[in-house]
Design a protein around this ligand. Sequence first.
Ligand SMILES: C[S@@+](CC[C@H](N)C(=O)[O-])C[C@H]1O[C@@H](n2cnc3c(N)ncnc32)[C@H](O)[C@@H]1O
Length: 267
Amino acid sequence: MPMNSFINWIGGKMQLRETILKAFPTETPSHYIEVFGGAGWLLFSRDRHAPVEVFNDRDGDLINLYRCVQHHPEELQREMRLGGEQIPPLSRELFATCLAQLAMPGLTDIQRAARYYYVIRASFGAKRTTVSTMPKPALRHNIDRLPEIQRRLQDVVIDNRDFEPVINCYNKPGALFYLDPPYFKTEGYYEGFSREDHLRLCRSLKGIKGKFILSYNDAPEIRQLYDWCHVEGVRRANNLSYGPNATSVYRELLITNYAPPMPNGIR
Ligand SMILES: C[S@@+](CC[C@H](N)C(=O)[O-])C[C@H]1O[C@@H](n2cnc3c(N)ncnc32)[C@H](O)[C@@H]1O
């Protein structure tokens, strides 16, 4: 059964996942690799994408959270309730405490995962910097869903590396890569993903022996960089837009090294 992710995440593909799935190849790949994992909306959208599935992200606290769900779901549930029967409601003080504790050494992996989960879920736009002022019923609901999430993750290889060695490691003719990197010129959201990283990603993808599908924001530089690929424009509602230049529609690109079976976008 397709399921929802258990976290929200900056750039998460909740809204676009059906559109992206339509562009997946019709045949089942030998390996499915989600290189920039985040909240894993594409991974969770199918029971299984391939006999071997890999989920990677360079964010160590995020991958620790996934590994604790995979190996210790019940202990993690207990820790997420922070000693009580129920998870505490949204609280500015608890948010600040969790952030401060995450910055210090000495937490166990499960303690760290529970605090990171709270910070993701309680923060504005999942940015992990300021607390949200909106009530978050999903905070509680998704803790109850951890056993279901654990079942989906149980055979998934979970990795915590930069994208380049991950691509090299699984570069096989039958493999399908889904890549959703930090977007171009949005570097402020993801420290450390530079212009050179965008070029490095493009170089890595030129050597792919199997298939890939790549999500990006619609920027002239990206269209130019991937002029050797199939490029489709897609649109989604812009829910993080605010201020005088806010727009209600955000344009994204779906870039593939094969002709997508069901083109559903605009050029
Ligand atoms: C746009 S998000 C992915 C969102 C995801 N597709 C979803 O549905 O939630 C990009 C992710 O790339 C990760 N990332 C940033 N630099 C990376 C790198 N060099 N290698 C691998 N992952 C990286 C970030 O931690 C972030 O989780």
